[in-house]
Ligand binder design. Structure first.
Ligand code: CP
Ligand code: NVA
Length: 303
């Protein structure tokens, strides 16, 4: 029985493990700002497999490995044999003999789970169509930094019930936050996750923005068309046009509510330029926190 620590999805991690990673991330951030060097992953190599584009995930993991004394290899799936049909089970067994960990961004969650099943090194999910756990760890870190705590705070997500929404629901509920989602009918988050959230915390999914945003401490949004949905982008603009974070949305929330966005953002689609710029400090702190949170994940899984 293998005893490897993976981050395949947040559902696999306990609240205690999430908290530990957030604490480590805070500490690593403080130490980086104070010039403290680390060699926690000295001599270790992370392979980073990408089947989709990335700015933040790629750079935060790559810089994170260097910061921790290790190295990172960027591997485009287009150039790997996996892109020509070499089975995941073989790729996993081969790469396990060269590398000390893999971060993968791909389409199917099953590909990530299979890498973990057939390989023998830690696998970290850098985004699939189903979830984006690494982003949500940085989000929770950012919320805790700004609001002082997570328990009892309310996050409202507006827009497409996508990979971000799925991970936010799990991460926030596990940390004792209330979650509300406003999305058009037919674009809800994963139904099993919503059922779990209903049974385990304070959760609402509605098509009514005002209801969802009432009492929110954090407003979150993401693109209307995710990577892989480019052909639906025009149709989605019509479907989602009322699911925008704008001045009116912000009038329903708690005073001084934070606004977060995983980025990249499409101004005047899911968020107005006005709201985006008014909350730019929070949004770019969130982006910076990808680095610190991803380093904490690397330490947890690979040290
Ligand atoms: N938020 C996020 O994952 O950004 P990238 O797509 O640039 O990695
Ligand atoms: N939902 C977006 C998130 C990007 C970080 C996508 O999957 O494209």
């Amino acid at each position: 029985m293998k005893n490897t620590k993976h981050l395949l999805k947040l559902m696999d991690w306990s609240a205690q493990e999430i908290k530990e990673v957030l604490d480590t991330a805070d500490q690593l951030k403080y130490e980086k700002k104070n010039g403290v060097e680390h060699h926690l992953l000295k001599g270790k190599t992370l392979g980073m497999i990408f089947s989709k584009s990335s700015t933040r995930t790629r750079v935060s993991f790559e810089v994170g490995m260097y910061d921790l004394g290790g190295s990172a290899l960027f591997l485009s799936s287009r150039d790997l044999q996996i892109g020509r049909g070499e089975p995941v089970e073989d790729t996993a067994r081969v790469l396990s003999r060269y590398l000390d960990g893999i971060m993968i961004r791909t389409f199917d969650q099953s590909e990530v789970e299979d890498l973990a099943k057939y390989g023998s090194i830690p696998i970290i999910n850098g985004l699939t169509d189903y979830c984006h756990p690494c982003q949500v760890l940085a989000d929770l870190m950012t919320i805790r930094e700004k609001l002082g705590s997570l328990k009892g705070k309310k996050l409202c997500y507006i827009g497409d019930g996508n990979n971000m929404t799925n991970s936010l629901i799990v991460g926030c509920i596990k940390m004792g936050m209330a979650v509300s989602v406003a999305c058009p009918k037919g674009y809800e988050p994963d139904s099993e996750l919503m059922k779990w959230a209903d049974e385990n915390g304070d959760f609402l999914c509605t098509d009514d923005i005002q209801k969802a945003a009432a009492g929110a401490d954090v407003v979150y949004t993401d693109v209307w068309a995710s990577m892989g949905q480019e052909s639906e982008a025009e149709e989605r603009k019509k479907i989602f046009k009322n699911y925008q974070v704008n001045a009116q949305t912000m009038s329903y929330t708690n005073k001084n509510a934070m606004v977060l966005h995983c980025l990249p953002a499409h101004r005047e689609e899911e968020i107005t330029a006005e709201v985006f710029e008014a909350h730019a400090d929070e949004i770019f702190e969130e982006a910076e926190n990808r680095l610190h949170a991803q380093k904490a994940v690397l330490v947890k899984c690979m040290a």
